[in-house]
Write a protein that binds this ligand. Structure first.
Ligand code: PGA
Length: 249
């Protein structure tokens, strides 16, 4: 599996910011990276971003309903994202788990919906600071994998975002050793859950990835991939992170 650098714009972005998508697409065309590039956007921007990206970078959603269609005012199905041109969707981001009470079972249902629609599902897991300090980080993330990853998932339909909650938007992050330990653990959990398919699932590190630390993070064994929030909003920062991808996986 090629490395994957994914951006997550969260609830940011109006039409003028499509200029950043255009700039990133142009830079990827000029210097093709050894990685797949994906930017997950508010649903309102997806269709136009797909046109702007012209196939050079993939565009994804940030959430989807588990349902195909129906009386669910305000919700957006995986099929609708696909119809708008998205090829991926983030499910179970910690902000959704926290602010919208999304349980592992809900996240698993959304991941199944993504697979049904033919979207790559990026399932997020991560521990709080107090859970890490209590020595529970590995078991918390292991439980989230067991509860959120449907057993029917294949390596090409799934990526995991490991995002410690305390590292998101904070400028603080785990050490390289802690990231390597967690990614190794997530790999074991994926193999336990999915068998050989679990060996190839891409595991992205997320939480305060910046141009200044991207090279170090991406060279941690078992990482090589990232989910980038704040620094994906500016083309120049995101391009610098793309430029930090090691040339060999
Ligand atoms: P951050 O966000 O890079 O701004 O820390 C990461 C995320 O929440 O996906």
């Amino acid at each position: 599996m090629r490395p994957l650098i994914a951006g997550n714009w969260k609830m940011h972005g109006l039409a003028p910011q499509l200029d950043d998508i255009e700039a990133i697409a142009a830079s990827v065309k000029a210097t093709p990276p050894f990685a797949d590039i994906l930017i997950c956007l508010p649903a309102t921007l997806i269709a136009r971003a797909v046109q702007t990206a012209a196939g050079r970078i993939a565009i994804g959603g940030e959430n989807c309903s588990a349902e195909v269609s129906g009386a669910f005012t305000g919700d957006i199905s995986a099929e609708m994202l696909k119809g708008a041109g998205a090829s991926a969707v983030i499910v179970g981001h910690s902000e959704r788990r926290q602010h919208h009470d999304e349980t592992d079972a809900i996240v698993a249902a959304k991941a199944k919906a993504a697979r049904r629609a033919g979207l790559l599902a990026i399932i997020c897991v991560g521990e709080t600071k107090s859970q890490r300090l209590a020595g529970k980080a590995l078991s918390i993330c292991g439980d989230q994998i067991a509860g959120s990853v449907p057993e029917s998932m294949t390596a090409s339909a799934l990526a995991i975002g490991y995002e410690p909650l305390w590292a998101i938007g904070s400028g603080h992050m785990p050490t390289s050793k802690e990231i390597a330990e967690m990614h190794g653990h997530i790999r074991q959990c994926l193999v336990a859950r999915l068998g050989t398919e679990g060996k190839d699932v891409r595991i992205l590190y997320g939480g305060s990835v910046q141009p200044s630390n991207a090279r170090d993070i991406l060279s941690v064994p078992e990482v090589g991939r990232a989910l980038v929030g704040g620094a994906s909003l500016k083309a120049r920062d995101f391009e610098a992170i793309i430029g930090a991808v090691p040339t060999k996986a």
